[in-house]
Design a protein around this ligand. Structure first.
Ligand SMILES: [Cu+2]
Length: 106
């Protein structure tokens, strides 16, 4: 998922009807291991681009209400502190694939 912006903006929440819990996660290195931590906001730099992908920032869906296959698209509403709600569409990745992306394992 990619978003372009001309002003600095902050996503403060994400939601989708297909999941009970939607969190914004960031991948960080802690003591030599890559792990995901929930973050309060998703910063979009002015004139810049923030790539949402495993291994970096991503939207984590928990308590799924539908079955998804990797590659499926999910509609997500991103709430921006400065610009209200924006509809976005993301691609589904399996949790195990995210783990592999984090660790580099096959
Ligand atoms: Cu995550």
């Amino acid at each position: 998922m990619r978003k372009r912006t001309t002003v600095a903006m902050h996503t403060v929440a994400a939601s989708t009807p297909v999941a009970g819990v939607t969190e914004i996660h960031k991948t960080v290195e802690q003591a030599g291991t890559m792990r995901m931590v929930p973050v309060a906001s998703l910063p979009l730099p002015a004139g810049g681009e923030l790539r949402i992908a495993p291994g970096g920032y991503h939207i984590m869906l928990l308590e799924l209400r539908e079955d998804f296959a990797p590659g499926d698209s999910v509609d997500v509403t991103l709430r921006f502190r400065d610009a209200g709600d924006v509809a976005a569409r993301g691609q589904v990745l399996k949790y195990v694939d995210i783990e592999q992306a984090l660790t580099g394992a096959q």
